[in-house]
Design a protein around this ligand. Structure first.
Ligand code: BJW
Ligand code: ZN
Length: 292
């Protein structure tokens, strides 16, 4: 079924109109699979929506609150500077939620697609998610743009380490409850996670890219290369409002790659794309990525 027979002119990115050409958008699975079969390089760009069906709240919308705070207001260096205790409680909670969650049909369809096609095509998953579910589903060629809940970085010596301890330190045991009536957080800094390197002992922070922080340059370069080379891109469960990830797929479409979006509702970038598959991606992705 064609979603729209209207021609959609994109005016996002004002004052510069990003597209000169019109895109006729489709939701024709068979047609999209033809492009996918012919592709040599495929990128799947995912966001919080792909983990929603695993029970992990998205950032924007109703689920994007922890206590009285909007999640994005705690994901900042300023919040960590003001209250490392509060921010660590928030991340402790999210580590526990993600650890208990299981990859869903969307994650599994992507991992299975890579397994079946990895020999013939370059398949890259670029995720904005920090929950580790793509890796746990079996995805190999994975770029985590915004870091990972189970990595820490020392604020002093900058060492990055994997840490899956639960809780990450004794003081966080039984902390992090999302109840909106809980006010404040007063774990003393010395009881929060600290670097164990000799002569360092710096405060650890989550190895997550917070608002206002630059993305790791190597990660950004890898993502840029994958985006620049892809013939087909699937944009899955992201609101496409957070940069730089938000510009990846529109730029790919602009240079001629075929881009398909999978979301439960349209996003500001939807008019930029050739295909739009509406619905929960745990249902729509397996339909598009399956073997036949
Ligand atoms: C489903 C579904 C189902 C639900 N099936 N779908 C250029 C212009 C304007 C601003 C900037 C700019 N460049 C940089 C900025 C500033 C800022 C930014 O983008 N701000 C915007 C909000 C305007 N960007 C940055 O600060 C970045 N740094 C940077 O660029 O450095 C250089 C620089 C700095 C400052 C100025 C200029 C340059 C860093 C961004 C780091 C993002 N960090 C976060 C939090 C940390 C992670 C964590 O703690 O977990 O990452 S923010 C949050 O948003 C998180 C996500 O990865 C990210 C993206 O969200 P996502 O994944 O799209 O989730 P949602 O909730 O928004 O959407 C879910 C979607 O799923 C929805 O569409 C649903 O409909 C859908 N859905 N169920 C399918 N079942
Ligand atoms: Zn250190």
């Amino acid at each position: 079924m064609f979603l729209s027979s209207i021609r959609v002119f994109n005016s996002i990115g004002s004052p510069n109109i990003r597209f000169q050409m019109a895109i006729r958008q489709s939701s024709d699975t068979a047609k999209f699979r033809e492009y996918l079969n012919a592709a040599k390089e495929v990128v799947i760009l995912s966001g919080a929506g792909i983990s929603a069906e695993s029970g992990i709240p998205t950032f924007r919308g109703a689920g994007g609150f922890w206590r009285k705070y909007q999640a994005s207001s705690l994901a900042t260096p300023e919040a960590f500077h003001t209250s490392p205790s509060l921010v660590w409680e928030f991340y402790h909670y999210r580590r526990e939620v993600a650890a208990k969650a299981q990859p869903n049909a969307g994650h599994l369809a992507i991992a299975d697609y890579e397994k079946r096609n990895g020999a013939d095509k370059k398949v890259t998953v670029i995720t904005q998610n920090v929950d580790g579910l793509h890796k746990r589903a079996g995805t190999n060629n994975l770029i985590e743009l915004h870091g990972n809940l189970y990595k820490t970085r020392c604020t002093k010596c900058k060492e990055v380490l994997i840490n899956t301890d639960s809780p990450i330190c004794e003081a966080l045991a039984n902390r992090g409850a999302p109840d909106a009536n809980i006010v404040g957080s007063e774990i003393p800094i010395y009881s929060l996670p600290h670097c164990k390197k000799p002569h360092c002992g710096g405060l650890l922070r989550p190895h997550i890219v917070w608002f206002g922080e630059g993305l790791d340059s190597n990660v950004l370069e890898q993502a840029g290369n994958a985006m620049a080379g892809c013939d087909v891109c699937l944009v899955v469960g992201t609101s496409s409002v957070v940069y730089p990830a938000a510009m990846f797929a529109p730029q790919a479409a602009q240079r001629g790659a075929i881009v398909a979006e999978f979301n439960i509702e349209p996003t500001p970038a939807t008019p930029d794309f050739h295909f739009y598959f509406e619905g929960p991606c745990g249902t729509t992705l397996p339909g598009v990525l399956s073997a036949n």
